[in-house]
Ligand binder design. Structure first.
Ligand SMILES: [Ca+2]
Ligand SMILES: [Ca+2]
Length: 341
């Protein structure tokens, strides 16, 4: 008797699957019960304590119809071709603080049935693709990126320089979401693991992840400063609010920043609505006074002044003239509201 019941259930499922695969039966009726019309803000971690989850669902229950996801962390493919066969699928992966997750979504047929979300180790959604707009109309998923922040909430995106694009000026790796000044500066490069050190047989090892920002002098015959930063709307920040920015810096002995007077600071600078400069605060300098081959921490605590509309936060490299040599590497810039110790 039990076997007979099982047979009936299996037959029922088969009919259901067959029906779902008939294209003519498909509609955009999103009122139909589904595994996940909206992904929840919280999804039980089911006992996992460190891994993150990418959860993928199909509203119609017939899989992603040729669609799939390629999952990258710090630019490295973690898993390619992840897809849904019936209702849903989960893929678990490991991350570290400041890692840069990017999802490359390739649609198949009926892409608007597909949704995916990323949940942290505690089960909290960090990125969610909701497959409907405000009116309930179906929306196809898109590519997403997310910077892992395991500590205080970072104002900066991609603070570890793990998301990059190439190429500026035909050769430079550039940090996604970062801005450079001067805009045509050819004296910066996001260095990957194994990048050659100028004047040495050694290769570079980042502070964290697989990339760090490298900067050096512009050699333009005059004193020069170059900044690498992110801008924020500050019109809704209360004057008197504290902003603390901190990061790490390093210089190799063979290309040492101590070959002259070059310096690097972490800065927080303020501008009015018309981008007129108001004020800035800088961390203590990183320079030849710091030991080579060692990562050094720097931080600046700043207070938002009156009349601010924009704030820039980043690194600035200063070179007094063409006789000052050496490079510096920078990583894990964290900017948070409030003073920290
Ligand atoms: Ca489908
Ligand atoms: Ca990094």
């Amino acid at each position: 008797m039990r076997k007979a019941i099982t047979m009936i259930v299996v037959l029922g499922l088969s009919v259901c699957l067959y029906a779902n695969n008939k294209a003519s039966d498909k509609s955009k009726d999103l009122s139909r019960p589904s595994v996940a019309t909206h992904h929840p803000e919280f999804k039980s971690p089911n006992g996992r304590t460190e891994e993150w989850e990418i959860w993928m669902t199909d509203d119609y229950g017939d899989g992603w119809n040729g669609g799939y996801i390629d999952l990258y962390v710090n630019g490295t493919l973690v898993e390619g071709g992840i897809t849904v066969d019936v209702d849903d699928n989960s893929y678990l992966f490991n991350v570290d603080d400041f890692d840069y997750i990017s999802v490359d979504y390739t649609p198949g047929s009926w892409s608007y049935e597909n949704e995916y979300s990323i949940y942290d180790a505690e089960g909290n959604m960090v990125v969610g693709i909701i497959g409907q707009d405000a009116d309930g109309a179906a929306v196809e998923p898109w590519d997403v990126a997310h910077t892992v922040g395991l500590g205080a909430e970072n104002m900066l995106s991609n603070g570890g320089f793990e998301g990059i694009w190439c190429c500026m000026n035909g050769w430079q790796n550039v940090g996604i979401d970062w801005t450079q000044w001067p805009a045509d500066n050819g004296s910066h490069f996001v260095a990957p693991t194994g990048d050659g050190i100028y004047g040495s047989e050694d290769t570079f090892t980042p502070y964290a992840g697989d990339h760090s920002l490298k900067m050096w002098g512009q050699y333009n015959g005059a004193a020069n400063a170059a900044s690498y930063y992110q801008s924020f709307w500050a019109g809704d920040m209360d004057p008197g609010t504290g902003i603390t920015a901190s990061g790490v810096l390093w210089s190799h002995e063979a290309d040492w920043i101590g070959q002259g007077t070059n310096t690097v600071t972490i800065f927080v600078s303020y501008f009015d609505y018309y981008w007129n400069f108001i004020s800035r605060d800088d961390s203590p300098t990183f320079s030849g006074a710091d030991a080579a081959n060692t990562w050094h921490e720097r931080s600046v605590t700043s207070t938002v002044p009156e009349g601010v509309s924009f704030v820039n936060i980043g690194f600035e490299y200063n070179q007094a003239d063409n006789d000052q040599h050496g490079s510096a590497y920078m990583d894990n810039l964290l900017a948070v509201f409030g003073a920290t110790d």
